[in-house]
Design a protein around this ligand. Structure first.
Ligand code: 16G
Ligand code: ZN
Length: 536
């Protein structure tokens, strides 16, 4: 039939190189020169997914986030702006690995029949890319697939990953009671900026915030967003954008950005931060955010995803109490095993909020957070957001405040529902969220840091012969295979005060990661080294 001829003909222009591809934690990611056929084939799958969902719009993002400039990647976004449903990840892997054009068509036809896709349904796809040089040609490969199957599509060109998630959700909820916002980049800024302005009524940010944009797409987009925000002296915000060179594609994520700051535990070498100056870093596609500062004795302090989670959770608990909604909404925090033990303890003991620990990867945290009416989730690396249940939105909207103080807290709560990108963790939205909270608490970075003391910790990467043999359970905190290894780790951990350690196979690199924390720096380092030795 026509589809067959079109797919075969188009696929011939996108031959598969040797190698095995896998749709991993964050989609396909590799050297950009290997991605042409992968993107083409993911395009075919996006069409199937949209048809399967009766023409709802599917998103496709071309990015490799914090990875080097010569890498790229592709991932799919489901209709409500969430990550692609997990069972479909396997289908993506199947299509990506079909050895020939004929095998590709056969796999495509089998999928559409197995999944009972009605091929006469409409298909709608939107896509965008980060600033990588390879993005334009990869987008053209995608268009080849969409044209072959006569799908409707819109190219949103340069966007942050969370902006694309926003657009997908806005399109699919348009005209419904759950409408998410205007379907445009402008609509995205307006929604967030309106929420911010309302939340900042009668408040002021202290000084300015310097934002390192990893020389990625976050730079121009953050500059654009500031046009929608008033300046600091008008109750707005003073954002100083740095590391925003998107002219030289080789600068992306190099010596700057959230991943650099988190893994190196230091400011970008180009930073001119003075003591107590508020600094933040985004990653290459602006879905991760960390803060940091240097203190008066020039010591570097990182305020990572755990700190953003604790700050946010404490603020929502405050607002819950102050608005009178606390008894009607259950709140909680979702973390991974990488969360510093001191943050978990602060949430459960000081804030008296429940904590759920899940596997690494945003989709796992997001899913767990739906169990709360107000679910705060962050990975330590800075990826996260807050999500509100339908019940929470209803309660917030219909609540009748009984005092001016309740009315004020309620208004702040409503403004944050608009400000927060609930589709996915969003560095730009999270940045404004943190700024709002600090302004409300009248805190600077030092007060924020003072809430609790992090346990010293160490993360090591261990090269192993076969990471496939490491099977983690219990939210990746324990290994069930290889046999007996966990007992060795437990015995070791027992010897350290406040000791905690785990090993898990990386989902993105060919290695095992070992994490350890303990009462002192020396003990944390020693524990990590000893567990690494067990794993090796
Ligand atoms: C991916 C995940 C990130 C996670 C990381 C873990 C998304 C969008 N990204 O980059 O959240 O922290 O993988 O990598 O889910 P690892 O498995 O190599 O430790
Ligand atoms: Zn990212």
């Amino acid at each position: 039939d026509a589809d067959k001829d079109n797919i075969l003909e188009a696929s011939a222009r996108h031959p598969k190189p040797a190698g095995n591809f896998q749709y991993g934690t964050a989609g396909f990611r590799m050297k950009a020169n290997l991605l042409d056929s992968v993107v083409f084939r993911v395009g075919l799958l996006a069409v199937l997914r949209s048809k399967k969902l009766n023409g709802q719009t599917i998103g496709l993002m071309i990015t490799a986030s914090h990875n080097p400039p010569e890498d790229n990647g592709v991932k799919l976004v489901d209709p409500m702006g969430e990550m692609l449903e997990q069972t479909w990840e396997t289908h993506a892997t199947t299509l990506a690995n079909a050895p020939s054009d004929e095998a590709l068509f056969a796999a495509f036809a089998k999928l559409s029949s197995d999944l009972k896709v009605r091929m006469d349904s409409p298909a709608r796809v939107i896509f965008a890319r980060d600033t990588r040089a390879s993005g334009i040609t990869l987008a053209a490969s995608l268009v080849d697939a969409l044209d072959a199957l006569k799908a409707e599509y819109t190219d949103y060109k340069l966007q942050t990953t969370p902006q694309l998630h926003y657009l997908v959700r806005a399109i699919n909820t348009k005209g419904t009671p759950h409408a998410y916002g205007e379907v445009s980049e402008k609509g995205y800024y307006e929604k967030i900026a309106d929420g911010f302005k309302l939340a900042m009524k009668h408040r002021q940010t202290k000084g300015h915030v310097v934002v390192d944009c990893a020389n990625g797409v976050g730079g121009p987009k953050l500059r654009e967003m500031t046009k929608y925000l008033a300046s600091a002296n008008e109750g707005g915000i003073d954002i100083k954008v740095v590391c925003d060179d998107v002219v030289n594609p080789q600068a992306l994520n190099v010596q700057c950005g959230a991943d650099f700051v988190k893994t190196q535990q230091r400011a970008p070498p180009s930073s001119k931060a003075s003591p107590l100056e508020r600094c933040a870093s985004l990653d290459g596609d602006a879905d991760r955010l960390v803060y940091y500062f240097i203190d008066s004795s020039n010591t570097f302090h990182l305020l990572d995803g755990d700190r953003i989670a604790t700050l946010t959770a404490s603020f929502f608990a405050d607002l819950g109490r102050a608005s009178g909604l606390i008894d009607r909404l259950n709140m909680g925090v979702v973390q991974t095993a990488y969360a510093n033990g001191a943050s978990t303890r602060y949430i459960t003991e000081n804030l008296q909020l429940p904590v759920i620990c899940t596997n690494t990867g945003v989709k796992h945290l997001h899913h767990a957070a739906t169990r709360f009416d107000i679910g705060v989730y962050f990975e330590a690396n800075g990826h996260g957001t807050v999500i509100f249940s339908a019940k929470a939105i209803k309660e917030i909207n219909r609540h009748e405040p009984r005092s001016p103080a309740q009315a004020d807290a309620l208004e702040t709560m409503k403004s944050l529902v608009a400000l927060i990108n609930q589709a996915v963790g969003d560095a730009l939205s999270d940045l404004l969220l943190v700024e709002v909270i600090l302004a409300h608490k009248n805190w600077g970075v030092q007060e924020w840091l003072n809430t609790y003391v992090d346990l010293p910790n160490r993360l090591v990467r261990v090269e192993v012969r076969d990471r496939g043999i490491f099977k983690a359970v219990d939210a990746e905190r324990k290994l069930e295979a290889p046999l007996n290894i966990q007992k060795e780790i437990d015995d070791l951990v027992g010897k350290y005060s406040k000791g905690r350690s785990f090993a898990r196979a990386s989902g993105t690199e060919d290695a095992v990661r070992v994490y350890a924390e303990a009462a002192t720096r020396g003990e944390a380092d020693e524990l990590a080294a000893k567990v690494a030795a067990i794993v090796q």
